[in-house]
Structure formats: structure tokens, C-alpha cells
Ligand binder design. Structure first.
Ligand code: AMP
Ligand code: MG
Length: 401
């Protein structure tokens, strides 16, 4: 059996970052920026008020208090999106709404809570300093400022800033299109009736969802039968249309495990028996510059294999440096038994932080590689080194999903 680290290294050795592309801003969430974004507009573009209230001259509020208000005539109302009809003169006030531009002649805003209406006038109930509640032009971003640098992972806030600048597209590392196919003669699509010996295909939707969750673009390559010609044709279609392909099933020791056979004929693919449980077998290689991950068919195995090999590799292809899942040390809250078999075990667990800030784990359910409900409710994989298992109170390394 091959050590896990060796298998991971083999996969990563073959993977390269995809080229950059001009990407519409609305599609760029989670992508890695490949340019320096320089602001060609200021944010905000003009000085405006941070409060609903009145634009005044600070000097006119001197001495104002609740007991002795200063009364000013209200000469205009400025909604957001409008501009004042004229400049503010000394001794005047203009009603103004949050986001509206500061009128010429005003140097302070007094918030509405510190005023009282008095017919067509307003009573100013407090002194305000110059610049009070005024957000100057460029207070967030100045023209010419370098705001985002290559390598930035674009989040919701970044897209908002780009939208504030009126940017329609940016240069980013391409998001890999990842094709997913299931293989197996026993598999049934959708709600079709199960004949004896048949089960439903669950790996395809699971893997497509993992691909999507990882920030990659999923492509459904369908359900393929255990037939060498059909597998070969599907792989060729996948390699043609995708940046990476994931298959499930057909990579073990069975008589009809043709994915392994076809891939090893097609090119320089390694069939690995990795010292882990679940997900021992893996076929990996590159065909026409397209990496292909041949994952095992058992539902939990395919998910764990995706987590260990495909997810980090594929995320690195889109330029993400932080491609790995976070790991923490946790305290085992109930015995986690295992047998000694030369393998590292990845147990499906529920991890949580207790009131003293310690990570605690418990089993998330059945630990068979066919027991997908345990994986479904797990939020972490506990990494059990070879040996007799762990007792309550032991420490275990945990990969957070
Ligand atoms: P294989 O790796 O093809 O030998 O399959 C191992 C086990 O996983 C068998 O019990 C298969 O029936 C099951 N299996 C394979 N592919 C799928 C799939 N797409 N959905 C659900 N179970 C599957
Ligand atoms: Mg099979």
C-alpha cells in the first residue's frame, strides 16, 4: 500500500494552475484575482451625509442646546440622488437624507434626533463641529488607489467594491470545469423502478455538489455502464469539454472494474492502493492535459477520496493557495474503536466547540463505506492513525469539512 502523502504528492505533481480569463463580475465569486485593481473612480464619488438631518454651518449651532435652541429657516429638502437647488447661506438649514450630497456652503450635518421642527423652521438643539457626519469624497477609495492585488480570493464584499467602481469584468484564474460521471451496471437513474440487484446512482449528485461547494464548475457527464467502449467514449467526451474529470466506481479488484483498465490503457495513469480507509483505491493521471480522478464507487469512499485528493488539487488549479481544509486537535467524547490494519482511518464525526473552547468529537453514525447517512451528518473527519483506536478523553486530529 502507498502512503497517503505519496498519493497526494503524485496528484499534485501533475496539476497546474489554469490560465487567466476576463470574467464578468457577477460570475467571479470565489475566484482568484489575477490583476491589480486600480480605482478610476472615488468611493464615495462626492461628499455626502451619513445621517438623516439638516445641513448647516457649524458656526450657526454655537451655543445651541435643548434649553436655548437656535432656530434656522429650512430653505430646501435634499433627498438621496438629488442635489441642492442652490448654495446654503449663513443662518439657513437644508433638510437632507442619508447619502445625499452636501450642499455648497454647508460644513456640518446635525442629525434629525438633535433637532425639533418649528413650522417652516427647525430648532437646533445641540452644537455640532465642522465636518460632523460628512463623508468626504474618496473616504473609502481614492482615484488611483490600488485596492485589490493578484491572489485575492474574491468574496461578496470584493464584488460590491468592484460594482461600486462600475467594473463589469475582471481578470481572474479560470474556474475549472469539472466533469463527473458514475459508472456501474447496477445503477439506476432517478426514480425508475429498481429491478433485483439494482441500486440508485447517488455518487453523481454527491460529487457534482461537492464540486460546486468547492467553488468549481460542475458538469454532469452522466451514468455510464460497465462497458469498456462506453467508458472510453465518456472519458474522451469529458476530457474534450472539461478541465478535469471525476469518475466513480470501477477502480477496485472486481472483474468488471473497467475504469481502471481503460485509464491505464489510455495513458500514464497510476492505479494506487493507498493506506487509508475508506477510499483505498484511486486511479489518477492526465489525458490531453486534463487530470482524471478515478474515485472508488462506495458512496462514502468517493466523498472521502474527493476530500483528500480532488478537492485540494482542483482548488489549486484555480489559483487558490489556501486549498486545504482546516485541521484542529479535538478531544474524543466517546470511544472511537478501530482495528490495526496498516491504514489511517478517516472516521465520520460531529465536531463542536464546547463552552471552554475545546473541540469535541463524537461518531456521526455508521462507519461503513456504504453508510452515507453518517457522512451526510458529519461535519468533520477524525484522522485515526494505525492502532487500536481511541478512548474517551484521547486527542485526535480532525479535518473540518
Ligand atoms: P465499485 O467501486 O464499482 O466496485 O463499487 C463499489 C460499491 O459502490 C458497490 O456496492 C456499488 O454498487 C457502489 N456504487 C458504485 N457506484 C455508485 C453510485 N454511483 N452510487 C451509489 N453506489 C455506487
Ligand atoms: Mg462498479
Amino acid at each position: 500500500m502507498m502512503a497517503l502523502e505519496e498519493a497526494v504528492a503524485r496528484v499534485n505533481r501533475e496539476l497546474t494552475v489554469l490560465p487567466t480569463a476576463e470574467v464578468p463580475v457577477p460570475q467571479a465569486l470565489g475566484m482568484v484575482l489575477a490583476e491589480t485593481v486600480v480605482a478610476d473612480e472615488a468611493i464615495p464619488p462626492f461628499a455626502n451625509t451619513a445621517m438623516d438631518g439638516f445641513a448647516i454651518r457649524a458656526a450657526d449651532s454655537v451655543g445651541a442646546s435643548e434649553q436655548s435652541p437656535v432656530t434656522l429657516p429650512v430653505v430646501a429638502t435634499i433627498p438621496a440622488g438629488a442635489v441642492a437647488p442652490r448654495a446654503l447661506e449663513s443662518g439657513e438649514a437644508m433638510r437632507i437624507m442619508t447619502g445625499a450630497p452636501i450642499p455648497d456652503g454647508a460644513d456640518a450635518i446635525i442629525m434629525v434626533e438633535l433637532t425639533k421642527p418649528a413650522g417652516f423652521d427647525v430648532n437646533i438643539l445641540a452644537e455640532v463641529a465642522e465636518k460632523n457626519h460628512i463623508r468626504p469624497a474618496g473616504d473609502d477609495v481614492k482615484i488611483g488607489e490600488e485596492i485589490f492585488h493578484p491572489g485575492t480570493v474574491l468574496g461578496a464584499g470584493h464584488l460590491g467594491v468592484l460594482a461600486s467602481l462600475g467594473r463589469q469584468s475582471i481578470r481572474a484564474y479560470r474556474r475549472p470545469r469539472v466533469g463527473v460521471m458514475s459508472t456501474g451496471d447496477e445503477l439506476v437513474e432517478g426514480a425508475d423502478e429498481l429491478r433485483p440487484g439494482q441500486i440508485r446512482d447517488s455518487n453523481r449528485i454527491t460529487l457534482l455538489s461537492l464540486v460546486k461547494e468547492a467553488g468549481l464548475e460542475p458538469v454532469d457527464l452522466g451514468l455510464i455502464r460497465d462497458n469498456e467502449q462506453q467508458i472510453r467514449a465518456a472519458l474522451e467526451r469529458g476530457v474534450e469539454s472539461c478541465d478535469a474529470v471525476i469518475t466513480s466506481g470501477g477502480v477496485s479488484m472486481g472483474d468488471f472494474d473497467y475504469v481502471k483498465a481503460v485509464l491505464t490503457q489510455l495513458g500514464d495513469f497510476s492505479w494506487m492502493q493507498i493506506a487509508i480507509k475508506p477510499a483505498k483505491p484511486l486511479v489518477f493521471g492526465v489525458l490531453n492535459a486534463t487530470p482524471i480522478f478515478g474515485l472508488p464507487g462506495n458512496p462514502v469512499s468517493s466523498m472521502v477520496s474527493f476530500e483528500l485528493f480532488a478537492r485540494p488539487g482542483l482548488r489549486r488549479m484555480m489559483g487558490l493557495l489556501d486549498a486545504e481544509r482546516a485541521q484542529v486537535d479535538a478531544i474524543v467524547d466517546e470511544p472511537l474503536p478501530r482495528n490495526k490494519d496498516g491504514k489511517t482511518h478517516f472516521l465520520r464525526v460531529m465536531a463542536r466547540v464546547n463552552d471552554t473552547g475545546t473541540w469535541i468529537v463524537r461518531s456521526a453514525g455508521g462507519q461503513g463505506s456504504h453508510q452515507l447517512t453518517g457522512m451526510a451528518s458529519a461535519n468533520a473527519l477524525a484522522i485515526l492513525p494505525d492502532g487500536p483506536g481511541l478512548e474517551q478523553g484521547d486527542t485526535v486530529r480532525v479535518m473540518l469539512l
